[in-house]
Design a protein around this ligand. Structure first.
Ligand SMILES: Nc1ncnc2c1ncn2[C@@H]1O[C@H](COP(=O)(O)OP(=O)(O)O)[C@@H](O)[C@H]1O
Ligand SMILES: [Mg+2]
Length: 323
């Protein structure tokens, strides 16, 4: 869906922001670009909607070399969410959200109906918030309006540059989870820029770890954490990468021990069962809250398929490393 072929960007002052970059984002995939400030993430993203032109190489969207596509037409297909949000201060939330449909020439009523639908989708009741002005919202609510506005014209591609960077950590995590739930239904092709490794791991189907102007590793988060490709990546993801990996490694049947025969009255202090697919992090948290040292895991039909023990967690992590 988005494809970079040997793309280099040198700015007029001689700065090489991006150096011979090649990667691909599949349709419906969310790829995070993560790395320290100044490593070329924003430059990469802005070459997708032609706010920045490559010095050499090609960028393709939907199989088409975008250097030949009218930028305005291109941007209609691409939603853009930035940290500063950029809402119009003198327009209501509803009208802000309806901006792109209105630009596309939709009838006013249709554009507003669409905007109301999108506000609802991002968790803002249009009856309550639609008539407010941006200054009358919290930072998190403004960010939700930014996402609603980017999605309003239903573009297949979404570019998000540090979209949750301006809010406090608690709100950030909530916005991240809301966006993931939304993405599960809308399935856009998403490039998300962040300097926050936790965000890159949590949000990405795959993640591109940037060094200076180059991608050092492009893989699923569990792989990046489990098998960093270079010492730079290992350093960037942090010495606690084993712990971080717990959040992106699901419990599978291979990690479980057989369900023990029930001891009479033996369920005292046992944690509630969790389904297969629960993250090891959540499973371990449940294990640590109770003394039994094992956690019942259930299958699709809700029946126990085995128990997870601390040894099982260890095995699961080893499996994630070897893969
Ligand atoms: N318009 C510009 N002119 C010159 N240099 C730029 C311009 N925009 C960005 N840069 C430089 O390009 C490099 C990459 O910047 P950027 O893509 O914004 O990085 P990131 O988003 O990863 O922080 C940095 O060294 C930055 O200073
Ligand atoms: Mg940037």
């Amino acid at each position: 869906m988005i494809r970079f072929e040997h793309v280099t960007k040198r700015y007029a002052d001689g700065t090489t922001a991006v150096d011979d970059l090649s990667f691909e984002v599949a349709e419906g995939e969310l790829v995070t670009l993560v790395g320290p400030s100044g490593c070329g993430k924003t430059t990469t993203m802005m070459m997708v909607n032609r706010l920045v032109e490559p010095t050499s190489g090609r960028v393709l969207v939907d199989g088409e070399d975008i250097s030949g596509v009218d930028p305005v037409a291109l941007r209609r297909k691409i939603g853009y969410v930035i940290q500063q949000v950029g809402l119009f201060p003198h327009r209501t939330v509803l009208d802000n959200t309806a901006t792109v449909p209105a630009l596309l020439g939709w009838k006013k009523a249709a554009a507003r109906a669409r905007a109301a639908e999108l506000l609802d989708l991002v968790g803002l009741d249009p009856a309550t918030y639609g008539s407010r002005y941006p200054a009358q919202l919290s930072g998190g609510q403004r960010q939700r309006v930014g996402v609603a506005r980017a999605l309003a014209a239903d573009p297949p591609v979404l570019l998000m540059d540090e979209p949750f960077g301006a809010v406090d950590p608690v709100v950030r995590e909530r916005l991240q989870n809301e966006f993931l739930a939304l993405q599960a239904t809308v399935r856009k092709t998403v490039l998300l820029v962040t300097h926050d490794i936790e965000e890159a791991v949590r949000m990405g189907d795959r993640m591109a770890v940037y060094g200076q102007g180059r991608i050092e590793q492009f893989d699923a988060p569990a792989t990046v954490l489990g098998s960093p490709a270079t010492p730079y990546v290992a350093d960037f993801v942090g010495s606690d990468r084993g712990l971080k990996r717990l959040a992106v490694t699901p419990v599978t049947e291979a990690d479980l021990d057989p369900v023990p025969l029930e001891k009479p009255g033996g369920t005292d202090g046992a944690p509630d069962p969790v389904p297969l697919g629960t993250s090891l992090k959540d499973a371990l948290a449940a294990l640590l809250q109770h003394d039994t040292g094992r956690l019942t895991v259930t299958g699709d039909d809700g029946r126990p398929v085995g128990v997870l023990t601390p040894e099982g967690v260890h095995r699961a992590l080893r499996r994630a490393t070897v893969e």
